[in-house]
Design a protein. Structure first.
Length: 323
């Protein structure tokens, strides 16, 4: 049985669907800080399967202990965490408390209940300024913002735990930039506040909920001056997690990039969205955000070799509105 932390959030909810459809029993814990309780119903409608949802915070150790006593959990998929680069620069302590301390509490509870398998939701932000591109898993890790620091801290803890406990298995998945939504249109990236990520911001402008897209910087060293990222379809991303579950049969600490291997600028993504949905996105150039990089994209070849996984969905399909 899987415990999925943050399982009603953007990526977690899409993973729960494919996990249920693959025959896994699932328990979700989510504090609903940036997710919605009604997502459970949508997941169950899509997957035609039920799962147990517990509203709560992974920093609540007594709650985790009750979950581990009540359910036969053997593997943890750890999505729960704050994830906005700009916000982390303004509120670093909040990020360390939630992302690092929360992970420590979770790992301590896992150890006390002899649970020795975990897939960790990490980020390409751990790499920092590119010393070469594309990033591979051997690229130096020198984060330039608190969000990236918190992800790297958790990776280091997991590596040390695996070193101390030879029966422990941890797979760290370094995400690039997830976009898109489930083809049903029932779930997607739906933050409670103004979005920090590009795609949900574009969607809200397209739907008339925001007046224009803020483009943060148009003077980067890229094809059109806007930031360049590796945008990966969320359903491709969660398939990488299914592959990682099988890889947990190998003890020790393992790291994989999950990306497409292709860079796309902000303006290119906007153009792809406009073409896919026959809309026009109003936009306004703003100053650069602190903590943002000019450009980066993945070398995902290790995941292809070891996990037998690769991103397969074209960008224009990732941009389709399904609701």
């Amino acid at each position: 049985m899987l415990l999925v932390t943050g399982g009603l959030g953007y990526i977690g909810s899409h993973f729960v669907i494919v996990a249920l459809q693959s025959g896994y029993d699932v328990v979700v814990i989510d504090n609903l800080s940036n997710s919605h309780a009604h997502t459970q119903q949508h997941i169950e409608t899509i997957a035609q399967s039920h799962f147990q949802f517990i509203e709560g915070d992974i920093r609540n150790k007594s709650l985790l202990e009750r979950i581990f006593k009540q359910y036969q959990i053997d593997t943890v998929i750890h999505f729960a965490g704050l994830k906005a680069v700009a916000e982390s620069v303004v509120s670093p302590m909040r990020y360390y408390d939630n992302n690092v301390y929360g992970s420590l509490v979770l790992l301590e509870a896992m150890q006390e209940h002899c649970i020795q398998k975990i897939v960790f939701s990490s980020s390409a932000t751990v790499y920092g300024e590119p010393q070469y591109l594309p990033y591979d898993e051997k690229h130096p890790t020198i984060p330039i913002n608190p969000y990236g620091h918190t992800k790297l801290h958790v990776e280091n803890v997991l590596q040390d735990v695996c070193q101390a406990d030879k029966d422990f298995a941890a797979v760290t998945l370094r995400y690039f930039n997830p976009i898109g939504a489930h083809p049903s249109g029932l779930i997607g990236e739906n933050p409670k506040d103004i979005p920090n990520n590009l795609m949900p911001y574009i969607v809200k402008v397209a739907q008339g909920n925001l007046p224009y897209l803020q483009v943060f910087g148009d003077d980067y060293d890229t094809r059109d001056g806007t930031g360049e990222r590796d945008y990966i379809y969320v359903m491709d991303l969660v398939q990488g997690h299914l592959a990682a579950l099988s890889y947990l049969n190998k003890k020790g600490f393992h790291i994989f990039n999950l990306g497409t291997g292709t860079g796309t600028t902000v303006l290119e993504l906007v153009a792809a969205f406009e073409a896919a949905n026959s809309v026009t996105i109003n936009q306004r150039v703003m100053p650069r955000r602190e903590g943002d990089l000019s450009k980066f994209w993945a070398n995902p070849s290790l995941a292809k070799t070891e996990l037998n996984w690769q991103a397969v969905t074209p960008l224009h399909v990732s941009c389709l509105l399904n609701s």
